[in-house]
Write a protein that binds this ligand. Structure first.
Ligand code: MEV
Length: 311
């Protein structure tokens, strides 16, 4: 049995796919996988959706599961067969890293089943093989957050860095209820980059500058500054056309209810918004609920606590 974190992106989504800095915060919830011995074919049971995917079937979940097991097999030098059951604690397709959390928890459980000791790099490789099937060109930030927990600075091709900060970070997370496809949004931004390379590269550079400033502000718990930087990051994301009317509404309700800043989180096009709300997370969530939006408060502990593999 093994678990992995879901996440929110505090800074840098989309730009991170193109080599810029992102900052992600793992949530205290995510996915849990239970693996047991299996014959052929290996099966993945996704309890929340009542789905069973079998290796060899012609659909994305089955292909992703096959890619994950094949990667573990290459790393361990054995054929891996497993029956895995997954429970999740966050909605899928909402920008909260549900698929990465599932991929990492399944990879961890499969490693345990093979009696291999936990190997962060190998688990990352297996979960990335899974993510590539769903997201085409994932930066790896979701998988890094799912594996490591805590708050981390991530740049493609570099080792993720865990950030520490002196007091807990209180966030409010709103769900617009609009389904969002990260793959489609990443492709849409790539098309804009091809059409208007100068403008979009400069937008990515702007986001990178904000993420770097945010790293220093988070380390010193300067939440007011973090909030202003979030508002600016949201503006640049909106200029990439990944915001929606509901995301805009969620952000402005949060700011009006005392949040220090707000932005969409993840791929956009629907999904979730986050607000930095020290001392007023519950009030922000209540304001969202009165406006018909679902939400929850996420308290990110000052010291990272990894939920990791089971003992
Ligand atoms: C998704 O959580 C974040 C994106 O930047 C995609 C990625 O980094 O793979 C939109």
């Amino acid at each position: 049995v093994a678990s992995a974190h879901a996440k929110v992106i505090l800074f840098g989504e989309h730009a991170v796919v193109h080599g810029r800095l992102a900052i992600a915060a793992a949530l205290d919830r995510g996915a849990t996988a239970r693996a047991s011995e299996a014959g052929e074919p290996s099966e993945l049971h996704l309890a929340p959706w009542g789905r069973v995917a079998r290796v060899g079937e012609d659909d994305d979940v089955a292909r992703a599961y096959e890619a994950l097991l094949a990667q573990i097999g290459r790393d361990l030098g054995i054929a891996v067969r497993a029956r895995v059951e997954v429970e999740v604690e966050v909605p899928g397709g909402a920008g909260l890293g549900c698929s990465a959390a599932i991929g990492v928890s399944v990879a961890r459980a499969a490693f345990e089943l093979a009696q291999a000791s936990e190997d962060g790099d190998a688990i990352t490789r297996a979960a990335m093989a899974w993510e590539r099937v769903f997201h085409g060109n994932p930066s790896g930030v979701d998988v890094a957050a799912a594996v490591r927990g805590g708050v981390l600075a991530f740049r493609k091709g570099e080792a993720p860095r865990s950030l520490s900060f002196p007091e807990p970070l209180e966030l409010a997370v709103a769900s617009t209820g609009e389904p969002a496809s990260t793959k489609q949004m990443v492709e849409q931004v790539a098309r804009q980059l091809a059409r208007r390379p100068n403008v979009v590269e400069r937008t990515f550079d702007g986001i990178d500058t904000l993420a770097r400033a945010a790293e220093a502000a988070i380390a010193a718990a300067r939440w007011y500054e973090v909030g202003r930087l979030m508002d600016l990051n949201h503006g640049l994301l909106a200029s990439l056309l990944v915001s929606t009317e509901k995301l805009e509404r969620a952000c402005s309700i949060a700011r009006g209810r005392g949040a220090l800043g707000a932005k969409l989180t993840g791929g956009g096009g629907g999904g979730c918004a986050i607000a930095i709300a020290p001392g007023c997370g519950d009030a922000v969530v209540e304001a969202w609920r009165s406006a018909g939006l679902d939400g929850f408060v996420a308290r990110i502990p000052a010291t990272a606590v990894a939920i990791g593999a089971s003992p």
